[in-house]
Write a protein of this length. Structure first.
Length: 267
């Protein structure tokens, strides 16, 4: 018997906060104002390789009632993505992206395939795949090599399978009217915001405005030592109504493209 959708999200949240120290602190910032956070979406990353690709990552969510919605393509970052929505509007959407490994250099693809070759048998069948963590070992030099070609490839190599970010549904906050107020609160508490593409990505005309923090850096164990690398971040989303009056539930590719950069190594 599968755990409920809510219990499953709780497990994802616990795993995410364990490597994202800022998440609990930002949660506390909102709670101190009497706010209860409703999540807009959770985002996951993977390599587009058999047994761990987007479709496999989606299985535990499909089993708990989430339904596939739109597909997106990010050519420059060699990514494709799909989001899933639950019939219960209190539950967040799930946004899963995968790296199109064959679009990278032959060297980077071979490096990724060597990581994937370390997967234990049946790994992709795990019900906890989306928070199974990193199933392979690698040297920091391997991480650095992937980093030169794709920040996303490097992130997955270091962290494996886990939520990349949770997202506050700003429209359901009672004391903060919009993203400007949220950004001011979060930046005022000392958190760095992602400025790629401007502080706020998207416009009311696009029906979705988003902002995010820059990822925390945490210690990660590699075969040749422990190194600090960017982990996960927190995102904020304000949705606007369609002409029908219903809130837009999809995503804006040009904005998502910049939000992926929230985990970039700051040089
Ligand atoms: Ni997001």
């Amino acid at each position: 018997m599968a755990t409920s959708a809510t219990d499953y999200l709780d497990a994802l949240w616990r795993d995410y906060t364990a490597i994202t120290p800022q998440a609990a602190r930002i949660h506390a910032l909102f709670a101190a104002r009497g706010e209860t956070i409703v999540n807009d979406h959770v985002a996951l990353r993977t390599y587009g390789r058999p047994g761990i690709e987007l479709a496999t990552m989606a299985r535990p969510f499909l089993a708990r009632g989430w339904e596939p919605r739109d597909d997106y393509r990010f050519d420059d970052k060699h990514l494709r993505a799909r989001y899933f929505q639950h019939p219960d509007p209190a539950l967040p959407k799930v946004f899963i992206s995968e790296l199109c490994v064959d679009e990278l250099s032959a060297e980077a693809a071979a490096t990724i395939d060597a990581l994937v070759a370390q997967l234990p048998a049946g790994f992709g069948d795990r019900d906890d795949l989306p928070y199974a963590g990193r199933p392979w070992s690698l040297a920091h030099a391997t991480y650095a090599e992937l980093l030169r070609e794709s920040e996303y490839a490097a992130w997955v190599s270091a962290f494996g399978f886990r939520v990349n970010h949770f997202t506050v549904d700003v429209g359901r906050l009672r004391t903060l009217g919009g993203l400007d107020a949220v950004n001011a609160l979060v930046a005022g508490a000392g958190f760095e915001l992602n400025r790629a593409g401007g502080l706020i990505k998207g416009t009311p005309a696009q029906r979705l405005e988003q902002s995010s923090t820059c990822a925390d850096a945490v210690d990660v164990a590699f075969t040749d030592g422990v190194f600090r690398v960017p982990s996960c971040y927190y995102e904020f989303a304000k949705r606007h109504p369609l002409p029908s009056g219903e809130l837009f539930q999809g995503f804006v590719p040009t904005s998502a493209d910049k939000l992926f950069e929230s985990t970039d190594v700051r040089r």
